[in-house]
Design a protein around this ligand. Structure first.
Ligand SMILES: Cc1cc2nc3c(=O)[nH]c(=O)nc-3n(C[C@H](O)[C@H](O)[C@H](O)COP(=O)(O)OP(=O)(O)OC[C@H]3O[C@@H](n4cnc5c(N)ncnc54)[C@H](O)[C@@H]3O)c2cc1C
Length: 344
């Protein structure tokens, strides 16, 4: 820490409510409006409602800041060494990392989209589904520092984004159906000049991204899984920071009750099962609808853009969904009917 992590860093300010400390030191830019385009044309610009602000964070700063806060209240951070093995011995976990051996009653697995441990430990889906994403950081003068851009027409089965940050842009390309990444270089060669940048600008990093793909147990005896390792990423808009933070908070609460239950194994098991139930209620139910919307939208994106995004109420709805004020379930039936009816 701090470490590099390919990520757009777009995050609804509503995550602040889960934290007992101020997150704004980690905020790079406050977004006040969003612009959607189709093949760089047909723009829809919307001012975000004041009660649903959107932040751009730099992951190197946010992640280090969260780690510092945890250390300040007593966590021990072992930085820079990989966990090699995790094994169950009786009622305990045995974790080997950097030559050290740790034993613990409780385990929170948080090793991201390339998790080696979630499937063998029976946490989350047995066969995770992946989206593909390419991230580019470009240092440049930002034309509109408080406008986030989403472009839907250039990427087959996905979209690209350009988020302003201090001193440049965080740009990316995401593909949500199939594992094949879009031809990101070709997409970027068209997107970057629209921001006044050279078509080849920026170093490119591609990453797999585990996306939500059904309700699964996120707990096992003495263990829970959080974030990308739990396949929580939104399958429509690739939002992964908010569910990672939400699951971290809910997992901590569940682990606290688990440890407090001591030898009362029924209460201890129930505490971890409650974590799976809470994540289903607070996240999974909405994602089930988000997945259905994505399946329809990314197959007929041009229709989706015209009928779903270019509606006067759409930007506000998207802001409300990204802030957690609404779930996809609140809009899904109307959106899907509109798209299917138009296709037929
Ligand atoms: C290109 C791209 C752009 C994105 N943009 C956005 C965005 O704008 N907004 C948004 O909400 N989401 C975005 N996401 C998704 C978001 O980045 C993830 O959902 C989020 O990082 C999940 O956090 P996490 O802590 O679960 O995983 P990670 O942030 O991946 O952290 C996992 C950590 O575990 C460590 N680790 C892995 N294996 C081991 C091991 N064996 N031992 C020790 N440590 C290990 C890794 O080094 C890493 O530090 C984007 C993703 C990509 C790929």
């Amino acid at each position: 820490m701090p470490r590099r992590k390919p990520c757009g860093g777009g995050m609804a300010a509503s995550v602040q409510r889960w934290f007992p400390f101020d997150l704004t030191p980690a905020v790079d830019q406050v977004i006040e409006q969003v612009r959607f385009t189709w093949c760089l044309e047909d723009p829809v610009t919307a001012v975000l409602p004041g009660d649903s602000p959107f932040w751009i964070v730099r992951r190197s700063r946010l992640d280090a800041y969260l780690a510092e806060q945890a250390v300040a209240v007593g966590a021990e951070l072992e930085d820079g060494s990989a966990v090699e093995t995790i094994e169950r011995h009786g009622n305990h976990w045995r974790v080997v990392s950097g030559g050290n051996v740790y034993t613990a009653r409780g385990l929170v697995l948080a090793d991201g989209s390339s998790s080696r441990f979630s499937v063998p430990l029976g946490l989350g889906p047995a066969r995770p589904r992946f989206a593909a994403a390419v991230a580019v950081e470009v240092e440049a003068q930002v034309l509109e520092p408080s406008t986030a851009r989403f472009e839907f027409g250039l990427v087959h089965h996905g979209f690209c984004w350009a988020f302003p940050r201090q001193g440049g842009y965080s740009i990316g390309v995401g593909t949500f159906i199939g594992r094949e990444a879009a031809d990101a270089d070709a997409v970027l060669a068209r997107l970057l000049p629209s921001l006044g940048l050279s078509p080849e600008a920026g170093e490119r990093f591609s990453s797999p991204l585990r996306v939500w793909d059904g309700h699964h147990a996120l707990h096992a005896p003495g263990a829970v899984v959080v974030g990308d390792a739990a396949s929580l990423c939104d399958p429509f808009l690739a939002e992964g920071l908010r569910p990672a933070l939400l699951s971290g908070v809910r997992a901590a609460e569940a682990m606290d009750r688990f440890l407090e239950a001591g030898t009362d194994s029924a209460t201890a098991d129930a505490a971890l099962a409650d974590y799976t139930a809470a994540m289903r209620r607070e996240w999974g139910e909405s994602m089930a609808w988000g997945r259905r919307i994505a399946q329809v939208f990314y197959r007929v994106p041009k229709v989706g853009y015209q009928l779903g995004i270019k509606r006067p109420t759409a930007p506000q709805r998207i802001a409300q969904i990204l802030s957690g004020e609404m779930g996809y379930g609140d809009i899904a039936q109307r959106v899907i009917k509109r798209l299917l009816f138009q296709r037929g």
